[in-house]
Design a protein around this ligand. Sequence first.
Ligand code: SF4
Ligand code: SF4
Length: 156
Amino acid sequence: MKNYSRKEKLKHGFWQNKPMSEMSKVEWEALCDGCGKCCLNKLEDDETGKVHYTSIACRLLDNESCKCSQYSARHQFVPECIVLTPKNIAEHAYWLPKTCAYYLVWKGKELYDWHPLVSGTSNTVHEENVSVQNKTIAEFEVNDDEWEDYLWEEEV
Ligand code: SF4
Ligand code: SF4
């Protein structure tokens, strides 16, 4: 006999009235808009602490889908990949894109209309040009001392 697992049904607007610490794993994961921006390599200014995004993508990011190509096994390949949680978001908020749903909800702000949870489709993040789709270069194609030549020009 085949086993079926029940999918958790997401309640519309759960992010507006549920504290992050009380969100289920499914709700937490659903908050991600799939923009792929957090998977871009970044440079941090030693003096000012300012974070500059580059167009150089993590080796596992798919430039087309903007998804991690090995999400469940990613730490085998990229041990430094940060797992964002309700407990550590305050520590990481400074470098998150200002459009990131985790950042917005943490700040008590509303999600944008293009967020898949609002629009009902994952395409809108690409259609509204919020994602990194087709805008990245793979990190193995760029020398470490050339990263400054690949600063991300759009607002993050
Ligand atoms: S920046 Fe935020 S919303 Fe975008 S892919 Fe990363 S975690 Fe998801
Ligand atoms: S390992 Fe995957 S989730 Fe982590 S930064 Fe790279 S592409 Fe993104």
